[in-house]
Design a protein around this ligand. Sequence first.
Ligand SMILES: Cc1ncc(COP(=O)(O)O)c(C=O)c1O
Length: 443
Amino acid sequence: MKFLKKTDSLIYSLIKKEDKRQNETLMMIPSENIASYAVEEAVGSSLGNKYAEGYPHKRYYQGQSNVDQVEDLAIERAKKLFKVPHANVQPYSGSPANLAVYNALMMPGETLMGLSLAFGGHLTHGAPASATSKYYKSVQYQLGKDGLINFNDLRKLAKKAKPKVIIAGFTAYPRVIRWKKFAEIADEVGAYVLADVSHIAGLIVTGVYPSPVPYVHVVMTTTHKTLRGPRGAMIMVTQKGLKKDPDLATKIDKSVFPGLQGGPHINTIAGIAVALKEDSTKRFRSYAKQVVKNAKVLAEELKKNDFNLIAGGTDSHLILIDLRNKNILGNTAAEACEAAGIVLNRNGVPFDPNPPFYPSGIRFGTPGITSRGMKEQEMKKIARLISKVVEVTRKTKEKLDITFEQEKKKEIRRKIVQQALVLKKIRKEVLELCRRFPLKKVY
Ligand SMILES: Cc1ncc(COP(=O)(O)O)c(C=O)c1O
């Protein structure tokens, strides 16, 4: 980065610090991953200079000979990898992509049915704070007490609400999603099913997680999570979707551009094409298998240490833990883990008695640490370290006699973390682990 260093030493030094932070901590936020240098190079290339409003071979500007080929390649690779007849690779990210799907399938005021944010749905699945619940009538479903989707309840709600679109695919759901069940209910009420596979796309294309493609009408995915590409998204239409509405592909394309977006980010689209090429290799399949294997080992080890795993474990890359039996808030656990070099996020749990800003749980996953080459042995060690962090944090909180109300204050949590001296020792162990598995960007 010699040019950046000379032009803007401040931004240069912040990027260098971020490189160091990523290298010296465990990236365990399940929506994050480490894209390859090849992806980074495509995203940082001259393609970012080009305006290309429209679609390949139907643009509104001149000078498209190269970018048309880039977008064609990305589309072809997406279609082949996901086994779908149509793909749109232009959405800027997952949130606008979901809105583009709704805009294609519904008129304002029509009904959308998604999993509530508090139970693991995404904001854009109709959460009250999201524009998606202002433009559309949002009906939200919940999980059962067992942390799983209750299809009897879902059917009852769908029959009553008569949604135009049902969303399956979530942000914090560790188990396999039964796509066929969603399809049956949607067919009964005449709704479209959108599978939002943002979190699990990399597991789906490698066959380590069931694909929704035979059952749903539209599939949306971000490209920067388990697919390990740049920040972006894709919308795909299935055969079943085209059967329900032969114009569906055209409607989706028109909704993305000119419906919601202007010029596509061709540099990102090139990065997506590169990632999709990487994703189609045997090596990536082994990676995806290891992601799930690692998550399962981590889950089993944590259960041995009396952690309460939502839905009893995981079939994917992510784990959601209810910390109420550990007597600390998700905030405190996440901040203590960060002090120890384990970066994860606080999260609500089903039927959480606490508000979303002070939730009872934590959520973490294995895509990032598996990209570094970590395997079962390291998962056992990480489970031990997370258990230790939670234990010393709880003990320190109890020793300081801090109530839940007090724990909501940032300065109080800071005091707990500072006084839990063992965290410094754990930080050293994490650093040693990170040094044994340096961040790998070479695919
Ligand atoms: C299931 C799901 N859908 C959509 C999104 C939105 O993606 P983005 O953050 O790229 O807008 C996310 C992001 O976390 C997600 O988990």
